[in-house]
Ligand binder design. Structure first.
Ligand code: ADP
Ligand code: MG
Length: 466
């Protein structure tokens, strides 16, 4: 159809890119459209993939990590054969807007004031990460509330220092604060790595005055992942002074890190003590209830984008919330994969498919769940011996525990049916399927059974009784 910019491949273009873009606008919202989708052009269309162009690598990475799946789905509505998207970076000649002019070595000679551009560089606030979609539970409530207060009431806690393991929501919280406060304040959101990079760059280009002015001119300074700050004395010196200058003029400072201030290596004592002087809060690993909440919310969020809602079964939700326990990012990633799978294949993955899709995420906890430990725990629970469990006797008091152990092996390990059969005295894989199905049915009908299974799961996964 009509496509203005690629005469060379004119004959190959059948997709109406403008139409696809407007569908994406509806799907993803105007903000996402304006910031990202609008910047994509269709370059060339092949049999089963298409080549899109974006003006910078940054935009490409951003789009790839967040919207690729939705873009592909939308394209596939028009052309089912497309299974893949590729990007080409096509810099626009006119740099008038200069907005996404990245820190790019090739730009060195241009007379681009980094002050002007850098505001956009630093304030890469993701409008999708706000307080409203940050779910809370006992593990993150304190950090959440402190962040909310800071965003409502300048200099209440100053600095605010948020720490916690990877993927637990620190950047999300910083981003939420930045998003809120940028409505009426000058906000700068930067990672410690970028801060260092910019510092070094400014020294080289004799721009230190601007650098200082720029950082000292902000109302709100958010620094992400401060543990990566490992620069030379001169840089820490500068950081310390910036920090003090900002506190003096009552600008709000928010810092995140993967550890508490006193555990930061390579950072000057006086900076650490400045950090400790404000409010220090931590985010813990998400507890079971929060994991369920996040899964539930994420499924709704993802499926609300499409007319056909994906009904991820309780069993799969249960499985994910029991298996992915240490990291919200992986939890969200797991849901993304399940939902993508359902949309691509037009069906929900089975439990064993789920295990395959999530294999790399599951391996973390997989190792300590062995068939042997499951058998031992189930035997103890039902007060039978392991010989009895593995025997061929079919007395009722042995059959249920045996089936329970088989079922638990199926859902808690990535073992295949034949492998499980082998570990249960060479039973046939059809016996294994039968056991799994029997327990699934009983679990639904019989609350006691369900209760027992949950207790056993807890013991197996967390060594926790009751
Ligand atoms: P960190 O910076 O601590 O490594 P992020 O803030 O990048 O972690 O969070 C990882 C992912 O998990 C992000 O997609 C984020 O939106 C999501 N996330 C983390 N915590 C929550 C939460 N409490 N509610 C909703 N999403 C969350
Ligand atoms: Mg982060």
């Amino acid at each position: 159809m009509n496509n203005t910019h690629t005469n060379k491949s004119f004959d190959k273009i059948n997709l109406d890119w403008k139409l696809i873009q407007s569908e994406l606008k509806l799907k993803l919202g105007i903000e996402v459209y304006e910031s990202w989708i609008k910047k994509i052009d269709l370059y060339e269309e092949f049999n089963n993939y298409i080549l899109l162009t974006v003006p910078t690598r940054f935009i490409r990475d951003w789009i790839t990590s967040r919207y690729l799946d939705q873009i592909l789905q939308t394209i596939r509505k028009h052309k089912k054969q497309i299974i893949r998207i590729e990007f080409k970076i096509l810099e626009k000649k006119d740099n008038k807007s200069g907005k996404f002019n990245e820190f790019n070595q090739t730009n060195k000679t241009e007379k681009v004031s980094f002050i002007k551009d850098s505001h956009l560089q630093y304030s890469r606030i993701d409008p999708n990460k706000r307080f409203e979609n940050f779910l809370t539970g006992s593990s993150n409530k304190i950090a959440f509330e402190a962040s909310l207060k800071v965003s409502e009431n300048i200099s209440y806690y100053n600095p605010l220092y948020i720490y916690g393991g990877v993927g637990l929501g620190k950047t999300h919280l910083l981003n939420s604060i930045g998003y809120e406060m940028s409505k009426n304040k000058k906000v700068m959101f930067i990672s410690a790595e970028r801060f260092m990079y910019q510092f070094v760059k400014s020294i080289k280009s004799n721009d230190m005055v601007k650098f200082k002015e720029y950082f000292r001119n902000t109302d709100v300074l958010l620094i992400d992942d401060i543990q990566f700050m490992n620069g030379k004395e001169a840089m820490q010196e500068e950081f310390f002074h910036t920090f003090n200058a900002l506190l003096d003029k009552e600008s709000q400072i928010i810092v995140s890190a993967d550890r508490p201030p006193n555990k930061l290596s390579r950072i000057q004592e006086r900076i650490k003590s400045r950090f400790s002087g404000g409010l220090v809060v931590d985010i813990q690993k998400p507890e079971y209830d929060l994991r369920r909440k996040i899964i539930d919310h994420k499924i709704n969020e993802l499926t609300s984008l499409y007319s056909d809602k994906v009904n991820v079964t309780d069993e799969i939700q249960d499985f994910i919330s029991n298996k992915i326990t240490t990291n919200v990012r992986e939890l969200v990633g797991a849901i993304n994969r399940i939902v993508s799978f359902s949309r691509i294949y037009n069906k929900l993955p089975s439990l064993s498919e789920t295990k395959i899709i999530l294999k790399d995420l599951l391996n973390l906890t997989e190792n300590n769940v062995t068939i042997d430990s499951i058998q031992t725990i189930v035997c103890k629970f039902f007060k039978i011996s392991k010989n009895e469990m593995l025997s061929s006797r079919r007395s009722r008091y042995l059959v249920r525990p045996r089936q329970t152990a088989i079922y638990l092996t199926k859902i808690l390990t990535t073992k295949s049916l034949p492998e499980i059969g082998r570990e249960f005295s060479n039973r046939d894989h059809t016996t294994i399927i039968h056991s799994v199905k029997t327990i699934e049915k009983l679990k639904e009908k019989n609350p006691d059974m369900n209760d027992n299974i949950n207790k056993l799961k807890n013991i197996i996964l967390y060594n926790k009784e009751g």
